[in-house]
Design a protein around this ligand. Sequence first.
Ligand SMILES: [Zn+2]
Length: 283
Amino acid sequence: MTSTKSPIGGHVPVAGGLATGGLKYAAEIGAETVQVFVSNPRGWALPEGKPAEDEKMRAQDLPVYVHTPYLVNVGSPTQETLEKSLASIRHSLQRGRAIGAKGVVVHTGSAVSQPYEAAMAQVHDHVLPLLDEIPDDGPDLLLEPMAGQANMLCAKVEQLGPFFEQLEHHPKLGVCFDTCHAFAAGHDLATPGGMTETINSLIATVGENRLKLIHANDSKDLCASGRDRHENIGAGHIGEKAFAELFQHPAVAGIPFIIETPGRAPEPHGKDIETLKRLRDSA
Ligand SMILES: [Zn+2]
Protein backbone atom coordinates (compact mmCIF):
# COMPACT_ATOMS: atom_id res chain seq x y z
CA MET A 1 0.00 0.00 0.00
CA THR A 2 1.43 3.38 -0.96
CA SER A 3 1.18 6.28 1.45
CA THR A 4 -1.48 7.99 -0.64
CA LYS A 5 -3.83 5.01 -0.49
CA SER A 6 -6.66 5.45 1.99
CA PRO A 7 -6.70 2.84 4.75
CA ILE A 8 -10.17 1.25 4.91
CA GLY A 9 -11.72 -0.06 8.10
CA GLY A 10 -14.70 0.11 10.34
CA HIS A 11 -16.29 1.00 13.62
CA VAL A 12 -15.55 -2.02 15.81
CA PRO A 13 -17.29 -3.34 18.94
CA VAL A 14 -15.01 -3.38 21.97
CA ALA A 15 -16.64 -5.99 24.20
CA GLY A 16 -13.77 -7.81 25.90
CA GLY A 17 -11.51 -4.74 25.76
CA LEU A 18 -10.48 -2.07 23.26
CA ALA A 19 -7.52 -4.08 21.99
CA THR A 20 -8.56 -7.64 22.88
CA GLY A 21 -12.07 -7.31 21.46
CA GLY A 22 -11.73 -4.40 19.05
CA LEU A 23 -8.57 -5.46 17.25
CA LYS A 24 -9.79 -9.06 16.99
CA TYR A 25 -12.92 -7.84 15.20
CA ALA A 26 -10.79 -5.52 13.05
CA ALA A 27 -8.69 -8.48 11.91
CA GLU A 28 -11.83 -10.50 11.12
CA ILE A 29 -13.21 -7.81 8.81
CA GLY A 30 -9.89 -6.91 7.18
CA ALA A 31 -9.83 -3.41 8.68
CA GLU A 32 -6.82 -1.18 8.01
CA THR A 33 -8.13 1.50 10.42
CA VAL A 34 -10.61 1.41 13.31
CA GLN A 35 -13.07 3.60 15.15
CA VAL A 36 -14.19 2.85 18.71
CA PHE A 37 -16.39 4.18 21.47
CA VAL A 38 -14.54 4.72 24.75
CA SER A 39 -17.78 4.85 26.75
CA ASN A 40 -21.41 3.77 26.37
CA PRO A 41 -22.58 5.58 23.21
CA ARG A 42 -26.08 6.00 24.67
CA GLY A 43 -25.01 7.20 28.11
CA TRP A 44 -23.01 9.82 29.98
CA ALA A 45 -20.66 7.54 31.96
CA LEU A 46 -16.97 8.48 31.75
CA PRO A 47 -15.14 5.20 32.37
CA GLU A 48 -11.42 4.92 32.99
CA GLY A 49 -9.38 2.86 30.57
CA LYS A 50 -7.56 -0.36 31.30
CA PRO A 51 -3.83 0.42 31.11
CA ALA A 52 -2.89 -2.91 29.48
CA GLU A 53 -5.53 -2.46 26.74
CA ASP A 54 -4.48 1.16 26.19
CA GLU A 55 -0.87 0.08 25.84
CA LYS A 56 -1.81 -2.55 23.24
CA MET A 57 -3.77 0.03 21.28
CA ARG A 58 -0.82 2.42 21.27
CA ALA A 59 1.56 -0.35 20.21
CA GLN A 60 -0.39 -1.46 17.11
CA ASP A 61 -0.22 0.10 13.66
CA LEU A 62 -3.82 0.74 12.53
CA PRO A 63 -4.89 4.40 12.67
CA VAL A 64 -7.44 4.72 15.51
CA TYR A 65 -10.40 7.11 15.83
CA VAL A 66 -12.81 7.66 18.71
CA HIS A 67 -16.48 8.52 18.27
CA THR A 68 -18.10 10.55 21.07
CA PRO A 69 -21.46 9.29 22.46
CA TYR A 70 -24.67 10.02 20.53
CA LEU A 71 -26.14 12.13 23.34
CA VAL A 72 -23.46 14.81 22.98
CA ASN A 73 -24.91 18.14 21.81
CA VAL A 74 -23.00 21.36 22.37
CA GLY A 75 -25.91 23.32 20.86
CA SER A 76 -28.35 22.20 23.55
CA PRO A 77 -30.30 24.94 25.39
CA THR A 78 -30.39 22.65 28.45
CA GLN A 79 -27.51 23.53 30.77
CA GLU A 80 -27.20 19.99 32.10
CA THR A 81 -26.97 18.51 28.59
CA LEU A 82 -24.39 21.11 27.59
CA GLU A 83 -22.23 20.40 30.65
CA LYS A 84 -22.45 16.64 30.22
CA SER A 85 -21.64 17.02 26.52
CA LEU A 86 -18.49 19.00 27.25
CA ALA A 87 -17.38 16.50 29.91
CA SER A 88 -18.00 13.69 27.45
CA ILE A 89 -15.97 15.32 24.65
CA ARG A 90 -13.14 16.03 27.11
CA HIS A 91 -13.24 12.39 28.23
CA SER A 92 -13.10 11.12 24.64
CA LEU A 93 -10.18 13.44 23.87
CA GLN A 94 -8.25 12.29 26.95
CA ARG A 95 -9.02 8.61 26.36
CA GLY A 96 -8.23 9.12 22.69
CA ARG A 97 -4.80 10.44 23.55
CA ALA A 98 -4.23 7.48 25.91
CA ILE A 99 -4.87 4.99 23.09
CA GLY A 100 -2.95 6.94 20.47
CA ALA A 101 -6.04 8.02 18.50
CA LYS A 102 -5.57 10.44 15.61
CA GLY A 103 -9.02 11.99 15.88
CA VAL A 104 -12.15 12.25 18.01
CA VAL A 105 -15.41 12.57 16.07
CA VAL A 106 -18.18 14.79 17.39
CA HIS A 107 -21.58 15.40 15.81
CA THR A 108 -22.18 19.08 15.06
CA GLY A 109 -25.43 18.95 17.02
CA SER A 110 -28.73 20.76 17.18
CA ALA A 111 -30.02 24.08 18.51
CA VAL A 112 -33.14 22.14 19.65
CA SER A 113 -35.48 24.96 20.78
CA GLN A 114 -33.09 27.92 20.91
CA PRO A 115 -32.01 30.30 18.12
CA TYR A 116 -29.17 29.16 15.85
CA GLU A 117 -27.03 32.15 16.94
CA ALA A 118 -27.30 31.22 20.62
CA ALA A 119 -26.27 27.64 19.90
CA MET A 120 -23.29 28.79 17.80
CA ALA A 121 -22.21 31.15 20.58
CA GLN A 122 -22.07 28.08 22.86
CA VAL A 123 -19.86 26.35 20.30
CA HIS A 124 -17.45 29.28 20.47
CA ASP A 125 -17.53 29.71 24.26
CA HIS A 126 -17.28 26.06 25.24
CA VAL A 127 -15.64 24.09 22.44
CA LEU A 128 -12.78 26.51 21.74
CA PRO A 129 -11.35 25.97 25.28
CA LEU A 130 -11.54 22.19 24.73
CA LEU A 131 -9.50 22.56 21.55
CA ASP A 132 -6.94 24.67 23.43
CA GLU A 133 -6.60 21.90 26.05
CA ILE A 134 -5.48 19.30 23.49
CA PRO A 135 -1.73 18.70 23.74
CA ASP A 136 0.29 18.69 20.50
CA ASP A 137 0.44 14.89 20.51
CA GLY A 138 -3.29 14.57 21.24
CA PRO A 139 -6.04 13.76 18.72
CA ASP A 140 -7.74 16.29 16.46
CA LEU A 141 -11.39 17.13 17.13
CA LEU A 142 -13.34 16.19 14.00
CA LEU A 143 -16.70 17.83 13.28
CA GLU A 144 -19.20 15.51 11.62
CA PRO A 145 -22.11 17.24 9.79
CA MET A 146 -25.51 15.66 10.33
CA ALA A 147 -28.30 14.31 8.11
CA GLY A 148 -30.34 17.52 8.16
CA GLN A 149 -33.02 16.79 10.74
CA ALA A 150 -34.83 19.80 12.25
CA ASN A 151 -32.72 22.49 13.95
CA MET A 152 -29.39 20.86 13.07
CA LEU A 153 -26.50 23.32 13.26
CA CYS A 154 -24.71 21.79 10.29
CA ALA A 155 -25.85 19.35 7.62
CA LYS A 156 -24.73 20.77 4.25
CA VAL A 157 -20.92 20.98 4.05
CA GLU A 158 -21.13 24.75 3.53
CA GLN A 159 -22.56 25.04 7.06
CA LEU A 160 -19.15 24.00 8.39
CA GLY A 161 -18.05 27.57 7.59
CA PRO A 162 -19.64 29.17 10.67
CA PHE A 163 -18.21 26.36 12.86
CA PHE A 164 -14.70 27.08 11.64
CA GLU A 165 -15.26 30.80 12.25
CA GLN A 166 -16.62 30.24 15.78
CA LEU A 167 -13.70 27.91 16.51
CA GLU A 168 -11.21 30.36 14.99
CA HIS A 169 -9.78 27.83 12.51
CA HIS A 170 -8.07 26.11 15.43
CA PRO A 171 -5.12 23.94 14.32
CA LYS A 172 -6.63 20.92 16.14
CA LEU A 173 -9.96 21.24 14.29
CA GLY A 174 -10.85 18.88 11.44
CA VAL A 175 -13.79 17.36 9.58
CA CYS A 176 -15.28 13.88 9.37
CA PHE A 177 -17.37 13.60 6.18
CA ASP A 178 -20.21 11.05 6.42
CA THR A 179 -21.53 10.12 2.96
CA CYS A 180 -24.96 9.02 4.27
CA HIS A 181 -25.43 12.22 6.25
CA ALA A 182 -24.40 14.42 3.29
CA PHE A 183 -26.77 12.56 0.95
CA ALA A 184 -29.64 12.84 3.45
CA ALA A 185 -28.86 16.56 3.83
CA GLY A 186 -29.33 17.11 0.10
CA HIS A 187 -25.91 16.64 -1.54
CA ASP A 188 -26.73 14.47 -4.57
CA LEU A 189 -23.76 12.14 -4.37
CA ALA A 190 -25.41 9.55 -6.64
CA THR A 191 -25.42 11.76 -9.74
CA PRO A 192 -22.11 11.57 -11.67
CA GLY A 193 -19.95 14.49 -10.53
CA GLY A 194 -22.03 15.00 -7.38
CA MET A 195 -19.49 13.50 -5.01
CA THR A 196 -16.65 15.54 -6.56
CA GLU A 197 -18.69 18.74 -6.35
CA THR A 198 -19.55 18.10 -2.70
CA ILE A 199 -15.94 17.48 -1.70
CA ASN A 200 -14.88 20.56 -3.69
CA SER A 201 -17.42 22.61 -1.76
CA LEU A 202 -16.25 21.15 1.55
CA ILE A 203 -12.62 22.06 0.80
CA ALA A 204 -13.65 25.53 -0.41
CA THR A 205 -15.47 26.03 2.90
CA VAL A 206 -12.93 24.76 5.44
CA GLY A 207 -9.66 24.95 3.51
CA GLU A 208 -7.10 22.31 2.62
CA ASN A 209 -5.92 19.60 5.02
CA ARG A 210 -8.99 19.80 7.28
CA LEU A 211 -10.74 16.71 5.90
CA LYS A 212 -9.32 14.00 8.17
CA LEU A 213 -11.79 11.11 8.06
CA ILE A 214 -14.52 9.65 5.85
CA HIS A 215 -17.51 7.77 7.26
CA ALA A 216 -18.35 5.59 4.28
CA ASN A 217 -21.99 4.58 4.51
CA ASP A 218 -24.58 3.97 1.83
CA SER A 219 -28.12 5.25 2.48
CA LYS A 220 -31.44 3.43 2.85
CA ASP A 221 -33.24 6.70 2.00
CA LEU A 222 -33.32 9.04 -0.96
CA CYS A 223 -31.26 12.22 -1.37
CA ALA A 224 -32.50 15.11 0.83
CA SER A 225 -34.58 12.71 2.94
CA GLY A 226 -33.23 14.17 6.16
CA ARG A 227 -33.12 10.59 7.43
CA ASP A 228 -29.99 9.00 8.87
CA ARG A 229 -30.33 5.32 8.03
CA HIS A 230 -27.06 3.71 6.94
CA GLU A 231 -26.96 0.93 4.35
CA ASN A 232 -24.24 -1.50 3.25
CA ILE A 233 -21.94 -0.20 0.51
CA GLY A 234 -23.58 -0.50 -2.93
CA ALA A 235 -26.92 -1.66 -1.49
CA GLY A 236 -28.40 1.81 -0.99
CA HIS A 237 -29.30 4.92 -2.97
CA ILE A 238 -25.75 6.33 -3.07
CA GLY A 239 -24.30 3.34 -4.89
CA GLU A 240 -20.83 1.99 -5.68
CA LYS A 241 -20.09 4.48 -8.46
CA ALA A 242 -20.25 7.41 -6.06
CA PHE A 243 -17.72 5.75 -3.76
CA ALA A 244 -15.48 5.06 -6.77
CA GLU A 245 -15.71 8.79 -7.57
CA LEU A 246 -14.84 9.65 -3.97
CA PHE A 247 -11.58 7.69 -4.19
CA GLN A 248 -10.60 9.74 -7.23
CA HIS A 249 -10.75 13.08 -5.45
CA PRO A 250 -7.20 14.33 -4.69
CA ALA A 251 -8.27 15.71 -1.28
CA VAL A 252 -9.29 12.20 -0.25
CA ALA A 253 -5.95 10.52 -1.08
CA GLY A 254 -4.66 8.83 2.07
CA ILE A 255 -7.67 9.86 4.20
CA PRO A 256 -8.95 6.88 6.25
CA PHE A 257 -12.39 5.40 5.48
CA ILE A 258 -14.51 3.98 8.31
CA ILE A 259 -17.70 2.03 7.63
CA GLU A 260 -20.63 2.29 10.05
CA THR A 261 -22.88 -0.02 8.05
CA PRO A 262 -25.61 -2.44 9.25
CA GLY A 263 -24.87 -5.91 10.53
CA ARG A 264 -23.91 -7.28 13.91
CA ALA A 265 -21.52 -9.89 12.58
CA PRO A 266 -18.14 -9.62 10.88
CA GLU A 267 -19.44 -10.93 7.54
CA PRO A 268 -21.36 -7.89 6.14
CA HIS A 269 -18.70 -5.53 7.46
CA GLY A 270 -15.93 -7.58 5.87
CA LYS A 271 -17.84 -7.48 2.58
CA ASP A 272 -18.25 -3.68 2.73
CA ILE A 273 -14.54 -3.23 3.41
CA GLU A 274 -13.70 -5.60 0.56
CA THR A 275 -15.95 -3.59 -1.80
CA LEU A 276 -14.31 -0.31 -0.81
CA LYS A 277 -10.81 -1.78 -1.19
CA ARG A 278 -11.75 -2.94 -4.71
CA LEU A 279 -13.04 0.53 -5.63
CA ARG A 280 -9.97 2.17 -4.10
CA ASP A 281 -7.54 -0.11 -5.88
CA SER A 282 -9.17 0.41 -9.26
CA ALA A 283 -9.50 4.18 -8.85
ZN1 LIG B 1 -20.97 8.79 10.78
